[in-house]
Design a protein around this ligand. Structure first.
Ligand code: ZN
Ligand code: ZN
Length: 491
């Protein structure tokens, strides 16, 4: 019998897998010596991802076709190290107006992703519904920015945050018996923590009068949309948690619906996955006969398989996480070109192995999952994965041991930041967006004529930028009475 530590189902030893992927060709071919430490230098070809350049360009601002579902990656890798080319997780999904009205969704918003949203020209007004698979920092830390700066731009309406309820995991040190660790407590605490920010920015208008508040019925929500804290329920600084029962998976029709909007035709459901601590969920979005699943982080498990089989209909796009082998992860983080030795190596390997065991889907398991889904997704996308020519080659080899016919680019692909996937009933196109590093924040896409009176305003209801200031030490412009100081118009 094969030793599972040494061989995969195709009978390839670990050493062969590494060689196949080109990960350690140099070291192993020379003499197999362990322990040589070669810091990956800038420009190292194993740190490139040439597939990116092989894709056609997505032209920024391309309007959505009525029958198009568009999936854009704004963040795509695993922590702790955000890479210059890959921020933490975020997937933006937009649908066309084939069912009446277009709609848009942010799935996770980890650290660094707002720079990519800006570069892609995605305005805050389209980022008003954020679905968070689990409350790990790499999936929610840029919510702070989205919340704080939406109302000073064009999201002058509440921020809706969909995520799991309390984990109910027992606290091993006793008191409290279990923590409030779900989305309601998260939003309550974030809202409180942002008080100085939100007051200070409330010299600007943060709402508009004709905003139509959604209801539990109009958006098909599991709960009434009620803001935390004392904000007006139509205001841009209202934060509205939509708590989802993470144990539900549709066993009773409709028990796992997060959002079901008849006006846009989009339905989002959720299902439990296995990741780090109870509570983590995956999402499925269905619209106009198209569907996509985003699992967030998870170990390989069966709920996802059932959701992807989708009652025999299958799904169009599967976005599922994948982790590099612990040994490869340790090599990459230590800057080694081959497996190492010694206490530092052992410690890195132990940590990587432990993270995989608590939380993630190994490459081969991703292939196994695919082998269990019939009909297969039209496109499988591996995400939460540090892409480079060597890591992807290794991962593809692992997937192909279970699904030999899977080809990169056609049936399977690996996500990277600013990758755009355009989906309709007949075609799925993968594109890459080239953006400027110097892009300005996108111009507001919706400007309201009936903006509400700012909280800090003058007697005649105008914005009062001075209302919250102590100006006693201010140096005034010449026009304001300063003695030959500076021009008021800024020049
Ligand atoms: Zn996580
Ligand atoms: Zn994660």
């Amino acid at each position: 019998m094969k030793n599972p530590q040494q061989a995969n189902p195709a009978g390839l030893a670990r050493r062969d897998m590494l060689k196949l992927s080109g990960l350690t060709l140099g070291g192993l071919a020379a003499n197999g010596a362990m322990g040589a430490r070669v810091r990956a230098a800038a420009g190292d070809p194993t740190q490139q991802y040439s597939y990116f350049d092989s894709l056609d360009e997505f032209v920024l601002g391309t309007p959505l076709e009525p029958d198009e579902m568009r999936i854009t990656f704004l963040g795509s890798t695993i922590p702790p190290t955000a890479r210059r080319v890959q921020q933490m997780m975020s997937v933006f999904v937009e649908v066309g107006n084939a069912k009446g009205k277009s709609d848009s969704f942010v799935f996770d918003c980890g650290a660094g992703v707002v720079a990519n949203y800006g570069a892609m020209g995605i305005p805050f007004s389209k980022m008003d519904k954020v679905f968070i698979t689990h409350l790990h920092g790499d999936h929610m830390s840029d919510l702070t920015h989205i919340y704080c700066f939406g109302p000073s731009q064009d999201r002058k309406s509440p921020l809706y945050v969909f995520s799991h309820g309390n984990s109910t995991v027992a606290n091993p040190t006793g008191s409290p018996q279990a923590y409030d660790d779900g989305v309601v407590a998260y939003c309550e605490n974030l809202r409180k923590a942002m008080r100085w920010h939100t007051e200070s920015f409330s010299f600007l208008s943060t709402g508009y009068q004709s905003y139509v508040r959604p209801t539990k019925e109009s958006w098909g929500l599991p709960v009434d949309p009620v803001p935390v804290g004392d904000d007006n329920a139509s205001d841009g600084y209202a934060m509205i948690p939509i708590e989802l029962d993470w144990t539900k998976r549709g066993d009773v029709e409709g028990d796992n619906v997060a959002y079901n909007n008849p006006e846009t035709g989009v339905k989002v459901t959720h299902f439990p996955v296995i990741h780090c601590r109870k509570g983590s969920i995956g999402f499925k979005l269905e619209w106009n006969g198209l569907s996509m699943i985003y699992t967030g982080d998870t170990k390989p498990e069966t709920n996802f398989i059932n959701q992807a089989i989708n009652g025999g209909k299958g799904i169009d796009v599967m976005v599922h996480e994948m982790i590099v082998p612990a040994e490869v992860w340790a090599m990459k983080t230590l800057g080694l070109s081959e497996p190492g030795s010694g206490s530092v190596w052992e410690a890195a390997l132990r940590t990587a192995t432990s993270v995989q065991n608590s939380s993630h889907t190994p490459q081969g398991a991703f292939g196994y999952l695919l082998s269990q889904i019939s009909p297969r997704p039209r496109l499988a996308v591996a995400t939460h994965f540090p892409v480079a020519d060597d890591t992807v080659a290794s991962a593809l080899a692992s997937v192909q041991t279970h699904c030999p016919d899977m080809q990169q680019g056609k049936d399977i692909t690996w996500s990277f930041d600013r990758m755009v996937i355009r989906v309709n009933a007949t075609e799925i196109k993968q594109l890459r967006a080239n953006v400027s590093d110097f892009t300005y924040c996108p111009a507001p896409s919706s400007v309201h004529a009936d903006i509400s009176t700012p909280k800090y305003c003058t007697a005649d209801g105008q914005s009062d930028p001075y209302a919250q200031l102590d100006r006693s030490t201010e140096i005034l412009s010449t026009e304001e009475g300063g003695q030959e100081t500076y021009r008021k118009d800024g020049y």
